[in-house]
Design a protein around this ligand. Structure first.
Ligand SMILES: [Zn+2]
Length: 509
C-alpha cells in the first residue's frame, strides 16, 4: 500500500525535483510481494554465519579462506540467476596475487538509461589470522570479520536478490561488486576502477557498504553525501518506516572502497555503523551482529538505489566537493540572545505556576526607562501577553510589533497604570537564520536559532535542514517576510535532522 506524501512543488527548477517526486511510490513498507521483503534476518544470518565461520580462516585476500568466500559468492549469484559482466565466463575478476573481485550485473530495462550504472559494492576479504600490521590483537588467531565486512557482503547478496526480482524493474543497471584485497589497500576497487567492466563515466553512483553490522541507537555514519547535489535529500526521502539516524560526515576519507570511486570523481555514498572494541580483532564474531539493524539499513539502501536507478537524470559529481574545507560543526544547543527591546530586568519567578512578573531593575536609556515603570512594580499586560512564565513573556517581547500597550501596578496602589511604549529594534517572526548549501539544493541549513522565539519554542536547532515551508519550496531568505502570514497564524515547516524527516507546525504571533 502506498503511503502518499505531499511533495514539493513540481515547478522546482533543479535536478533535485527529480530526486523528490519519484519517491512517492517507493515510500511503502515491505510486504510479501515487495522485493524489499527478500532482505531478511534469516538470509543475512545464513550468509554472515558462513562467511565469518572459522572454516574461512578470516578470508585473507588470496588465501584459501578468501577463495572459499569467493566461491560461496559465486554459487549464491548463480542460484539467483544473476549474470556476470558481459563477455565474462565467470563472475571473478582476477588480479594481483591470486586475488579476485566477484562481480554480477543486473541490467537496466530502459532504452537509453540502461547504459548508466549504479555500483553497489563492499569488500569480502578480511585480515586472515591477523598480523601486527593489520590486527589490534591478539595476532595469529582467526579474525572472522563478521562486521568487517561479512556484514556488508551479506547485505550485498540480499540486495542482489531483491534487485533480481522482476518487480524491482530498474531503468539503470546495477553492478553488484564484492571487492577483494580491501584490507591491503583498497586494491580490488582500485583495480576495477582502472579496469572497469563498463565505461567509468557511465557510473552515476557508487554505494559502499563496509562494517554495517553493529547498528546502535538507529545510527548510521554516512560519507560522500556532498559528492553530488541532492544526494542527502534523496536519502531523507528514502528514510521511511522507522527512520535511521544518519551521521553526515563532511570529510571523505580513504579508509574503504568508496574512495577509489571518489578519487575517480564519481558520486559516492559510504555507510558504516561505526568501530567497536572488536574492530580488527579475533572477537569480531557473528553473534555480535545486529541483524535487525542490518535489515533496516538494507531496505533503506534498496529503496534509495531503486529510486536512483529510475530517476530521469542523476546529478553529476560535484567537483567542488573535493576542495571544500570541513564545514564548521554547529552546536545544536547554541542560541543567539534576543536583542534588548524593552529594557527591564525581572525577579525570578518562584515556581513553574508563578505567573507574576515583578520589575527587578530598569536599564537606563531603554524604552522602559521612559514610561515610568519602576523597580518593584508588577507587570500585568504586555501586548497580547496576559500573565505567564518569564519565558513566554520574553517571547512576547521578541515577537511584539514596534509599539505595544503595557499595563502594570505599583505596590500598595489599587490602580493600575498603562502606557503605549515604542520598543527598540525589529520584531522577530520566527527566530532563525539559515544558509544555502550547493550540496543541498532547495534546502536551508539553520545556522542560528534565537532564544525566546517561535522557532526556539518549536524545537528547531542549528544544523536542522529546512526542506519546505507550508509544503512549498523554501523562499529565498530575504523573501520570508512576504511568505510568512501577516498576523498570528500557524506555519508548517518540513525539515530533517540527522536525515530523519520531520514536520512542525508553529504558531506565529
Ligand atoms: Zn577492515
Amino acid at each position: 500500500m502506498n503511503r502518499m506524501r505531499k511533495v514539493l512543488s513540481a515547478t522546482r527548477g533543479f535536478v533535485t525535483a527529480l530526486w523528490i517526486v519519484g519517491f512517492v511510490r517507493l515510500a511503502t513498507a515491505a510486504d510479501a510481494t515487495d522485493p524489499l521483503s527478500r532482505i531478511d534476518v534469516a538470509g543475512l544470518k545464513r550468509h554472515c554465519s558462513f562467511l565469518a565461520a572459522d572454516a574461512l580462516e578470516g578470508r585473507g585476500a588470496g588465501t584459501r579462506g578468501g577463495q572459499a568466500a569467493a566461491a560461496y559468492l559465486v554459487s549464491e549469484l548463480k542460484r539467483m540467476n544473476l549474470a556476470p559482466p558481459p563477455g565474462w565466463k565467470d563472475y571473478r575478476q582476477p588480479f594481483g596475487n591470486q586475488y579476485a573481485n566477484v562481480i554480477a550485473v543486473i541490467p537496466g530495462r530502459h532504452a537509453t538509461l540502461k547504459d548508466e550504472w549504479i555500483v553497489l559494492g563492499g569488500h569480502y576479504d578480511h585480515v586472515g589470522y591477523g598480523t601486527a600490521e593489520n590486527s589490534n590483537g591478539p595476532v595469529g588467531k582467526i579474525h572472522n570479520g563478521a562486521d568487517d565486512n561479512a556484514s556488508g557482503t551479506s547485505l550485498l547478496l540480499e540486495l542482489a536478490s531483491a534487485f533480481s526480482d522482476p518487480a524491482s524493474s530498474l531503468d539503470r543497471g546495477v553492478i553488484i561488486a564484492f571487492w577483494d584485497a580491501e584490507e591491503i589497500g583498497l586494491q580490488g576497487s582500485k583495480y576495477w576502477v582502472s579496469h572497469p567492466t563498463v565505461s567509468l563515466s557511465q557510473v552515476k553512483l557508487a554505494v559502499n557498504l563496509d562494517m554495517i553490522g553493529r547498528m546502535r541507537d538507529d545510527h548510521v555514519a554516512v560519507m560522500g553525501w556532498r559528492s553530488a547535489a541532492g544526494l542527502r535529500r534523496a536519502m531523507v526521502d528514502a528514510n521511511t518506516d522507522v527512520p535511521l539516524r544518519f551521521g553526515f560526515d563532511t570529510a571523505v576519507t580513504a579508509d574503504s572502497d568508496h574512495y577509489s570511486f571518489y578519487a575517480a570523481r564519481r558520486p559516492v555514498i559510504h555507510f558504516d555503523t561505526g568501530k567497536h572494541v572488536d574492530y580488527h580483532r579475533p572477537s569480531d564474531d557473528v553473534e555480535k551482529v545486529n541483524f535487525e539493524g542490518l535489515v533496516r539499513l538494507g531496505r533503506f539502501v534498496a529503496r534509495m538505489v531503486m529510486h536512483a536507478a529510475n530517476m530521469p537524470t542523476l546529478p553529476e559529481f560535484r567537483q567542488d566537493a573535493v576542495n571544500e574545507p570541513a564545514l564548521a560543526k554547529v552546536d545544536p544547543k547554541a542560541r543567539l540572545s534576543p536583542p534588548v527591546r524593552l529594557g527591564i530586568r525581572w525577579t525570578p519567578q518562584r515556581s513553574d505556576d508563578d505567573r507574576h512578573l515583578d520589575v527587578a531593575d530598569i536599564i537606563p536609556n531603554t524604552p522602559a526607562s521612559k514610561v515610568g515603570i519602576r523597580k518593584g512594580d508588577r507587570l500585568l499586560k504586555f501586548d497580547r501577553w496576559n500573565g505567564g512564565t518569564l519565558d513566554s513573556f520574553r517571547e512576547a517581547i521578541s515577537v511584539a510589533p514596534a509599539e505595544v500597550e503595557m499595563e502594570w501596578q505599583s505596590p500598595g496602589e489599587a490602580e493600575t497604570k498603562s502606557a503605549r511604549i515604542q520598543l527598540a529594534g525589529d520584531r522577530v517572526r520566527l527566530g532563525i537564520t539559515y544558509r544555502t548549501d550547493p550540496a543541498l539544493p532547495g534546502c536551508g541549513v539553520i545556522s542560528t536559532v534565537m532564544s525566546f522565539t517561535p522557532a526556539d519554542r518549536a524545537g528547531l536547532e542549528p544544523g536542522d535542514v529546512l526542506l519546505s515551508l507550508d509544503d512549498r519550496e523554501l523562499p529565498p531568505f530575504a523573501e520570508w517576510g512576504r511568505r510568512l502570514p501577516a498576523d498570528s497564524a500557524p506555519i508548517t515547516l518540513s525539515f530533517e535532522r540527522n536525515g530523519q524527516p520531520k514536520r512542525v507546525t508553529i504558531e506565529l504571533r
